[in-house]
Design a protein around this ligand. Structure first.
Ligand code: 0WD
Length: 254
């Protein structure tokens, strides 16, 4: 049966089988959840469809968070299929990779806005839609990184966006708490994914974490997925507004 038996959740941000969102989807499925996935554009559709099939999941459609009509369409599809929603995973971020290297001070206004829209505001955009479907309470989970708290090499504008995302978690938690909708974030240690490959010197960051984290290793998407199950389940029913580190303990030393 499992911790998520009877729960239905939408997971946004699967790009391929190395995505953190996929780690969460697999763990949630293993614990009994019914899952719907979105994909961004036709190129990713081909990757996401077979993954959805692996977990007997639904495809809720194309979603590009810069196009609100596509967000509405996904939630309309969920409403038509399920009528309601128990959890939502937001694992979406983007910045021009030319600005994920060098100095933060050189960030352009255009990329600043775009990074904030896709990596930060999109959580609020999906929370607005999810609120209407979470009629029996719910759990919203997003993904953040330590670069929100401290300067990290090359993370630049994404660090600023993650800081705003973490503040959004607190404001959304306060707004949605009276409806028993919880909003939390996992702050994951560095993992080699498609998005991470855009960050300058990422291999060095992985090594640095391996040498310095208390567990002396990096984390896997499966480990993030298992921690995610806790947040999506009733085991965390007393927890909201939390930023939970799944980073081999790096945040205590870094
Ligand atoms: O080390 C890491 N990989 C960490 C990632 C450490 C801590 C946090 N994170 C965060 C990321 O910042 C992101 O919020 O985890 C989340 C998931 O990222 P990921 O699993 O590392 O990367 P990836 O597998 O590439 O998934 C991110 C996806 C996009 O992939 P690409 O690489 O194609 O940009 O976010 C989606 C897209 O599928 N995405 C969008 N979805 C809808 N609309 C958009 C958009 N405009 N832009 C990106």
């Amino acid at each position: 049966h499992g911790l998520l038996h009877g729960k239905r959740g939408l997971i946004m941000g699967v790009a391929n089988n190395r995505s953190i969102a996929w780690g969460i989807a697999k763990s949630a499925h293993a614990h009994g959840a019914e899952i719907a996935l979105t994909y961004q554009g036709d190129a990713l559709k081909k990757r996401v469809e077979p993954l959805a099939a692996e977990i007997d999941g639904l495809i809720a459609g194309h979603c590009d968070v810069t196009d609100p009509a596509t967000i509405d369409a996904v939630f309309a599809e969920i409403e038509a299929r399920w009528g309601r929603l128990d959890f939502l995973v937001h694992a979406i971020a983007f910045s021009d990779k030319d600005e994920l290297t060098g100095r933060y001070v050189d960030t352009s206004a255009d990329n600043f806005s775009r990074t904030m829209l896709i990596s930060c505001y999109s959580l609020t955009a999906v929370a607005q839609r999810a609120e209407k479907l979470m009629t029996d309470g719910g759990s919203i989970l997003t993904m953040t990184y330590y670069g929100a708290e401290k300067w990290m090499p090359h993370y630049n504008v994404m660090g600023v966006a993650k800081a705003a995302l973490e503040a959004s978690v607190r404001y959304l938690a306060a707004d949605l708490g009276p409806k028993n909708i919880r909003v939390n974030a996992i702050s994951a240690g560095p993992i080699k994914t498609l998005a991470a490959s855009g960050i300058g010197d990422f291999r060095y960051i992985l090594k640095w974490n391996e040498y310095n984290a208390p567990l002396r290793r990096t984390v896997t998407t499966e480990e993030v997925g298992d921690a995610g199950v806790y947040f999506l389940s009733d085991f965390s029913r007393g927890v909201t507004g939390e930023i939970h580190h799944v980073d081999s303990g790096y945040h205590v030393v870094g």
